[in-house]
Design a protein around this ligand. Sequence first.
Ligand code: ADP
Length: 354
Amino acid sequence: MTPDSPTTRAGSTNPARSADSYATCLGSALDAISQAVFIHDRETGEPIFENSTARDLGLARHEEAGLMRAIEEAVADALGGRFKKHSFSTFGPPRRDFVIHTKPAGDSSAVVTVVEDLTVRNQLDAIRRDFVANVSHELRTPIGALGLLAETLAYEEDPAVRQRLANRIQNETFRVAKVIDDLLDLSRIESEGATHKEPTDLVELGHEVVEQMTSAADTARVELGFSVEGAGFVIEADRRQLRSAMANLVDNAIKYSDKDSWVRVGLRHTEDGRIEISVADHGIGIPQKDLERIFERFYRVDQARSRQTGGTGLGLSIVRHAVSNHNGIVEVESREGVGTTFRIILPSTGGEQA
Ligand code: ADP
């Protein structure tokens, strides 16, 4: 397609469009894309076009100067007939990564330069790589242990030791199953959003969660209570997701509490009319420096304690995603050695547009 023979998508000529209006359309289309585009005259080396992204690369002045130098090098190479890919990264933070492609344009009288910002793609790749490495590690450890335990069991004759080994095999199997269950839960909550919203009574849900966690609390000798202030707690919500979020918070509160302490689940309206579900414990607390990282997948303050109590490091990610699917927020307040309170704050409509 050339400017003087504009064609429709089906390939037929559209005589109603002049070459000028066609060029204007093309310019607007190039302005709408996120890549920076420059066009240089191949004979004179003069710039003849740049799109709006090229005019504002969103960089600090010194970073932009660096990128412009890299672009000039790429253009100079292209004008000399060398069309090769160039890269440029800022030092940051935050570090930004760009790739610069050049191509001869149409009848080779010009050079087109396209600058692509790879920052987000590279960050997502890094997250994916870390995630795969973490999952592999989480599964490798118990599976390695299972292999050794089974080998030992095969040669062990003492019935008491055999029983202990069998118990450990059962525990390790349980750990693998829990990691897989949490991963599936997280992936479902992340990908689905909150698609199964129905009128949900949070009082009823609170009682269900407390009942479900009672035997874990009894085993840990932790007293578990539920208090409701006020009324009007029926919201449009994905029941399963909110139950999962509450259960994860209560499970943590029990896990990270010492014997003979207490965990309170609370439900109330906030002063600005939202709904607050709180889970407070009197446990080990979370150091300030870790507070902003605990919602990351697989992040644990104390690896050993988390493993020993059957933690997967995924519980709070599940909580965060489930709550954000309801347009809510999660807050945490904690003091080491004193205790922790998590608060889920939801719009009173359950995240539906009122
Ligand atoms: P885990 O399965 O390890 O409990 P989570 O994602 O649920 O993973 O929590 C991440 C980390 O946050 C935990 O490993 C723990 O260090 C810390 N944490 C979460 N809840 C509490 C709590 N109530 N008290 C103390 N530490 C907590």
